[in-house]
Design a protein around this ligand. Structure first.
Ligand SMILES: C[S@@+](CC[C@H](N)C(=O)[O-])C[C@H]1O[C@@H](n2cnc3c(N)ncnc32)[C@H](O)[C@@H]1O
Ligand code: SF4
Length: 388
């Protein structure tokens, strides 16, 4: 995609967000598609629980039909993930198909197969490589050797002129390696987007207190202020820092009344998806105090969709349980329309807040993203062929 096509696509995205908001029209402008469910490594926190579930994998034709369905309903950004998406033999064909529809295409990968498949990845608008911390803590989160594989992948992708970013999951293990990751990203010339692990399984490394999380967001803000390449915007980080509820709370709108529900998951048995367990807060006093906090409405179910490797639709990685309906069973519109029934309206998951800044048409966020894309585009043009 050249710079003019990017500007055109950017304008279309802004136009669609504004239209969807003004006309209350549902449109999956951003789609996250899990194109497979198998993986070559095992990260303990992995939300699709890929290595425990057996699913009937999509055929190439099924994926093409899904991409067509999204495109026909207004999708502009298609994020391909998994499982490990590069394990698919047809990954090049899938990327080419998304690009032929003039959509922005990002692949999220653990990096292991980037060298082998680099020629298939050259047309991507973004390659997102997962690194959670320094070598030791990253490998505790993910798998021994995964840090070095991811690093190698970033270097190779950059050599080939692919636009790269890092996605990093915060757990107790990686809590103290923020400084390392910041220096690493700065040295590599790539941005890091942090996300808080969504909790679908019990694990000591996921047990972070609200105070610990707040301290982390503060530190991240300081790094960003100091000029480190933090992809999360100030607005998002400040929103998350000032969130007055617990980080495991979701705000629901039940018949116009705000309710706070803390959430947990009942683990799925025999590879089934977990079930979301919600507990309503009855603490009216703290609810009153929190009423002064201006909540950002979640636009996920209105403007985006998250599809798992069996074709089931979810709003995001937080609300991810067996309540989703599958397009294989109820058709694309049946699964997409079912998302309307989800009543949660705000959360403080940093990745979700970030996306919602965009979908709520927060101008700082939109111009920040546009600036980043243009800067990277120019950097890519000038560095093509040079080593990193
Ligand atoms: C599900 S993975 C699939 C792509 C690829 N296999 C990878 O690891 O990058 C997509 C992204 O979600 C992140 N992720 C997995 N489980 C998560 C969780 N429970 N909470 C937040 N992010 C998670 C991964 O670290 C990765 O960056
Ligand atoms: S590499 Fe990705 S898909 Fe595989 S287990 Fe880790 S997070 Fe899950």
């Amino acid at each position: 995609m050249n710079i003019f096509e990017k500007i055109l696509t950017g304008s279309r995205i802004v136009g669609k967000i504004l239209y969807s908001k003004a006309a209350s029209k549902r449109m999956p402008i951003i789609a996250n598609l899990l194109i497979n469910n198998d993986c070559n490594i095992k990260c303990f926190y992995c939300f699709p629980q890929v290595f425990k579930r057996e699913v009937k994998q999509f055929t190439t034709q099924e994926l093409i039909e899904l991409i067509d369905n999204f495109h026909d309903r207004g999708t502009e950004v298609m994020v391909l993930l998994g499982g490990e998406p590069l394990l698919r033999k047809d990954i090049g064909e899938i990327i080419r198909y998304v690009k032929s529809k003039k959509m922005i295409c990002e692949v999220i990968t653990n990096g292991y197969l980037v060298e082998q498949k680099i020629n298939e990845l050259k047309d991507l608008d973004s390659l997102c490589v997962s690194i959670d911390g320094d070598e030791e803590s990253n490998d505790k989160n993910r798998e021994k050797g995964s840090y070095l594989q991811a690093l190698k992948a970033i270097r190779i992708a950059k050599e080939y002129g692919v636009n790269v970013r890092i996605h990093s999951v915060l757990t107790k293990y990686t809590y103290d390696s923020l400084g390392h990751l910041m220096e690493l990203a700065k040295g590599l010339g790539v941005q890091v987007n942090y996300s808080q692990a969504t909790i679908h399984t019990e694990h000591e490394a996921l047990e972070m207190s609200d105070d610990e999380l707040k301290k982390f967001w503060k530190k991240l803000i300081e790094f960003k202020k100091a000029g480190y390449p933090v992809g999360n915007s100030f607005k998002t980080l400040e929103y998350v820092l000032n969130w007055p509820y617990s980080y495991n709370d979701l705000v629901y709108n039940v018949n116009g009344v705000k309710e706070i529900h803390s959430y947990d998951y009942v683990s799925g048995k025999n590879g089934e998806l977990p079930e979301m367990a919600l507990k309503k807060s009855t603490d009216n006093e703290s609810l009153k105090v929190c009423n002064e906090f201006k909540l950002q409405p979640c636009r996920r179910t209105q403007m985006s969709a998250y599809v798992d490797a069996e074709g089931s639709f979810y709003p995001c990685g937080v609300v991810w349980d067996k309540s989703g309906l599958s397009a294989r069973e109820v058709g694309f519109d049946g699964a997409w329309n079912h998302l309307k029934s989800i009543e949660c309206t705000s959360c403080a998951n940093v990745s979700e807040v970030e996306l919602n800044q965009l979908l709520n048409f927060n101008t700082t966020e939109i111009f920040g993203k546009a600036h980043y894309l243009i800067k990277n585009h120019l950097r890519t043009i000038f560095s093509k062929g040079s080593s990193v």
